[in-house]
Design a protein. Structure first.
Length: 311
């Protein structure tokens, strides 16, 4: 394959996600867990601009504080660009500018969205012409949530969350997201889950090795019924997240006291996602939470996965 000289700026965008259902299997010998999750991509986006460079670099801006983000080779967007360059035999680099709107370390896959958008942007910039399957293979090696950020929509994730199958979802679901002023370590929350299970081994059923998504969740998504989905949302990581950050319990209470159908900690937290019945209810809840000094933003889903905006 002949790769043309890069000569422009490419803009790509990818969404954050909510785990409307997440079951975590038993701890395995390799230190990982099998997952069964229902993802929904929502209308909070990460924007990536890629331009030609001799090396790899990234800088951040956006509606949230990005001062704590790493910009060296450990950054997931840099890893994504390097992985595609290796796959394609591309010898140049890329300068990435990322505008962030998804909460950082918030359980909504913001870093994964950065990586997904970077893959599309670099593919277009370098003319590598990777197929979607090739991009998904690279994405899966970068992290469990990255393939979903590529595909978007609504999907069931199994394995470590990276083995995806599309799920039918009718209409739009409306969400209000309570954004915390702090982040949470995903490995830390999983470790707390393992400790939680050990502490309560006499009181809870052992975790399945291969969990599955509740049929009621799939039915609610197919029906486009927020009330039905509210009754079946579930997250195994919620209890350990609440143990590590007890204040999130009060946030859940405030949302449900002010009109939410249900609230759930998204992924490993600390973002709390409140499902509401329609867009008017979302606005009302956002205003109510803001009055209570909870930083709240509105979003809807499902939305498309990573896509090019300008190439």
């Amino acid at each position: 394959m002949t790769i043309p000289e890069a000569s422009t700026v490419v803009h790509a965008r990818a969404p954050g996600k909510i785990n409307v259902f997440l079951k975590v299997g038993a701890l395995q010998d390799d230190g990982y867990h099998e997952l069964a999750t229902a993802f929904q991509a929502v209308s909070l986006y990460e924007d990536v601009w890629a331009s030609p460079a001799d090396d790899f670099s990234v800088e951040f801006s956006g509606s949230i504080d990005t001062s704590g983000l790493v910009t060296d080779g450990s950054n997931l967007a840099i890893k994504a660009a390097r992985a595609l360059a290796r796959k394609a035999g591309y010898r140049g680099g890329v300068r990435l500018k990322i505008s962030k709107n998804v909460p950082i370390a918030g359980g909504m896959g913001g870093g994964s969205a950065d990586a997904a958008a970077t893959l599309l942007a670099c593919d277009a910039l370098w003319g590598t012409e990777a197929s979607k399957d090739e991009l998904l293979t690279i994405a899966a090696k970068l992290g469990a949530d990255v393939p979903f950020a590529v595909t978007g929509g609504t999907a069931i994730g199994t394995g470590r969350g990276d083995q995806l199958s599309p799920a039918l979802a009718k209409g739009q679901f409306h969400w209000v997201l309570a954004v915390a002023e702090f982040g949470m370590s995903t490995p830390g929350v999983y470790a707390e889950l393992d400790r939680h299970r050990e502490r309560h081994a006499q009181d809870i059923f052992p975790a399945a090795h291969q969990p599955s998504v509740d049929a009621n969740v799939l039915q609610a998504l197919r029906a486009g019924d927020p009330a039905m989905l509210a009754e079946s949302m579930y997250n195994d990581l919620q209890a350990p997240a609440l143990h590590l950050a007890p204040g999130l319990g009060r946030v859940l209470e405030l949302g449900e006291e002010n009109g939410a159908l249900a609230g759930i900690i998204s992924g490993s937290g600390p973002t709390v996602a409140f499902l509401v019945s329609d867009s008017d209810s979302a606005l009302e809840l956002q205003v109510a939470l803001s009055a209570l000094r909870v930083h709240a933003v509105r979003a809807s889903g499902p939305v498309h996965g990573a896509r090019l905006i300008h190439a």
